[in-house]
Design a protein around this ligand. Sequence first.
Ligand code: SF4
Length: 213
Amino acid sequence: MPEERIKKILSLLEKAYPDAKLVLHYKNPLELLVATILAAQCTDERVNKVTEILFKKYQTAKDYANTKPEVFEQEIRSTGFYRNKAKNVIACCKELVGKFNGKVPDNTEDLVTLPGVGRKTANVLLGNVFGKQAIAVDTHVLRISRRLELAKSNDPDKVEAELCKVIPQGKWTRSCLVLGTHGRRTCIARKPLCSVCVVEKLCNSADKTYGSK
Ligand code: SF4
């Protein structure tokens, strides 16, 4: 039964990664929103280094909305694509100030209207700071879902819809964190560590490798 297989996979992964959580550092919805925008095409570790300094200077949406783009660009430069990211963060925070009283909205409809915010970022926020069930499909979740045949599509939004059908709603947020952690630690992109993988027996991926650790 496919449901039984998925249940088993998620249970084994949960046991393997009880400490699964977001790698990005944040203390409130605004910090997670900014960190997630900066994390596009960048490692979470690099973003954490940048935000450690950034979050001391910028504490409200108004702080970001009022900053000079050329100053902000240099502050986030090492995260890559810094001009575009600066543009998005500043525009996004202007919208927060103008339309949402400076607060990050807690629903998908409003979140996806913000510059630089797509379904993935919206779901990261909903699941991790607003206590809702949401599946955020990042590069790791996408890869693992395909390798473990939980989803077929290559499109993150379609994979989200596929995962929502096969994972019980009460486990959406947690499953996503667990799949992402599996992707970072074991089922890595170039050379997955299949010899130490807890779901190896349930995996039919053509990407399996059998070398040493
Ligand atoms: S067996 Fe290998 S490819 Fe399959 S999920 Fe595990 S690490 Fe990934």
